[in-house]
Write a protein that binds this ligand. Structure first.
Ligand SMILES: C[S@@+](CC[C@H](N)C(=O)[O-])C[C@H]1O[C@@H](n2cnc3c(N)ncnc32)[C@H](O)[C@@H]1O
Length: 509
């Protein structure tokens, strides 16, 4: 990865006047830079003059210095034997967020892997990073990772003509707390290339990326994309959001232009802590034979785990809620605080429930209006006549791809699509009204708590029709299908087909 990133940052083929790693650790990036400088025609001794590093840790600095000298020794350079080389190595103890780098030339390539630490995990942010962030709170929100502070600092200490390529957590591509930073960088150091990895490459398990920024340059027509442990070339794309570049680096198929917003049809909400704990306190298993939610005094509780595309598994398979397993959980309005009861009443209407943080968006239409969504399930309210159309939009592969590209890097896993309730309104609408209506009719034919297999088949049909409704290519449908779980086998349908054929044949079908 280190070699690949250095190559990506020097893709122009010109040797940078200087290569700096402000958090150099054991010097992996400096060694790769030395190799690359030689490859670009620089003499080994001159290459050693052209690299520099800083680290807080004196042991790391010592390791880096020796690594560079050993690298030069391998070239049998006489400067090593004479002791002259030691004076040339500019690797020092320092704090990259405080100290000014050692009189390094202003025009430079800054490359490296700064520490990652999210302020969401309290206690991990060192004082210099905390004070840097509070000074730059105009660009770095309270939850911005400190790696983003290192990125900003590197850009601000580098002169025009420099390149900055620092490894970052993928959340930098779309998180709200780094949005002002991205906008600022687009102005002063536009994105030239972006590398992203699907696999976790570091112990921390955080998915990484590396924006390659051209300080003081005009934005180029295209951004070079690369992916994987080998930093393999993955194509180019024109200017767009950083998050979309991240998703494209990982192979997202192309989307057509889309216009119109789902917000014209819906309002979307999700409960918070109060609602969650309120519902936990008033939840019970339904009595045998009890009507499923009378829709006024009690409601069937569902969680993200109980929602699949176009169906809920309430009453059919157990799911977790509030630290316990439930099969037929009911929530009684009695006992809810006035605030939560008000929220409860507002949910009791026909609506679409939407599970996110999964590989697809998974909507189900609650036609009776008696399902109570547990946080973070999103309730999407619309006119009753529009609910099937709304569910079709949420199932549409181009919409899932659009959302993945838009908020790439913000979900818990690299392939998951994370959508907050307020973002549902931003989703695009299809162009082809007739195809959209046909997809809505397919949704309408599925009962809200129908068999899993039947819902799965219908979801697939809707996905195919909606791909056309958006004018997207079959690649987008294929991309979506690759994310779909295998077709579930319903115990009921298995029993039926078992009467006709052997169990194995039924499973095979
Ligand atoms: C993820 S490691 C980098 C590893 C390095 N790329 C290598 O090849 O060994 C991060 C390094 O940043 C250093 N570091 C953390 N905060 C720093 C700061 N504010 N200034 C300079 N170095 C810092 C740590 O001591 C650590 O060596």
């Amino acid at each position: 990865m280190v070699e690949g990133l250095v190559r990506l940052a020097t893709a122009s083929g010109e040797a940078p006047p200087f290569v700096a790693d402000p958090t150099c650790g054991g010097g992996a990036f400096l060694l790769a830079a030395l190799d690359r400088l030689v490859q670009l025609g620089i003499d080994p001794l001159d290459a050693v003059r052209r690299v520099g590093g800083v680290d807080l840790d004196p042991a790391a600095v010592e390791v880096s210095r020796w690594s560079v000298l050993l690298w030069l020794a391998r070239t049998r350079h006489e400067a090593v034997a004479s002791g002259r080389a030691e004076q040339l190595v500019t690797i020092e103890v320092g704090d990259a967020l405080v100290d000014d780098p050692l009189g390094w030339p202003e025009q430079r390539l800054v490359v490296g892997n700064p520490p990652f630490a999210s302020p969401l995990k309290r206690g991990v942010v060192p004082p210099s990073a905390a004070s840097y962030r509070s000074r730059r709170s105009d660009l770095l929100g309270p939850y911005a990772d400190i790696a983003a502070a290192h990125l900003l600092r590197a850009v601000e200490t580098s002169g025009p003509g420099s390149t900055v390529a620092l490894v970052q957590p993928q959340s930098i591509l779309a998180s709200r707390d780094t949005e002002p930073l991205r906008a600022h960088l687009d102005e002063i150091a536009p994105l030239q290339a972006l590398w992203a990895a699907r696999e976790p490459l570091f112990d921390a398990g955080v998915r990484a990326c590396a924006p390659v920024l051209a300080v003081g340059a005009n934005p180029g027509p295209d951004v070079l994309l690369a992916r994987g442990a080998e930093v393999a070339r993955a194509g180019t794309r024109g200017p767009q959001r950083w998050s979309a570049h991240g998703a494209d680096a990982l192979g997202a198929p192309r989307l057509p232009r889309m216009s119109g917003r789902l917000g014209d049809l819906v309002t979307a909400t999700a409960g918070f802590r109060d609602e969650h704990y309120g519902l936990v306190g008033c939840c019970r298993e339904a009595e045998p034979g009890e009507r499923a939610g009378n829709g006024v005094d009690s409601a069937r509780l569902v969680t993200v785990g109980a929602v699949d595309p176009l169906t809920v598994s309430w009453g059919r398979k157990p799911f977790r809620f509030g630290g316990a397993d439930w099969t037929r959980p009911m929530v009684d309005r009695d006992g809810l605080s006035a605030k939560v009861a008000g929220w409860f009443d507002r949910q009791l209407a026909p609506k679409v429930l939407l599970a996110t943080q999964t590989k697809l968006l998974e909507p189900v239409v609650d036609r009776l209006g008696d399902l109570m969504p547990a946080t973070p399930l999103i309730a999407v309210h619309a006119e009753p006549d529009d609910l099937d159309r709304v569910a079709a939009v949420l199932l549409a592969p181009p919409v899932v791809l659009w959302a993945w590209r838009r908020w790439f890097g913000t979900a818990l896993t690299v392939d998951a699509v994370k959508l907050a309730a307020r973002q549902v309104s931003d989703l695009p609408l299809p162009r082809d009204e007739a195809a959209w209506s046909a997809a809505a009719e397919t949704v309408a034919a599925v009962p809200g708590d129908g068999e899993l297999g039947m819902a799965w088949d219908a979801a697939l049909d809707v996905a195919a029709i909606m791909t056309e409704a958006y004018g997207a290519s079959p690649d987008v449908l294929r991309w979506w299908r690759n994310r779909l779980k295998p077709r579930p086998v319903d115990p009921a349908s298995l029993a039926r087909s078992g009467a006709r054929s052997s169990g194995a044949a039924a499973l095979g079908s």
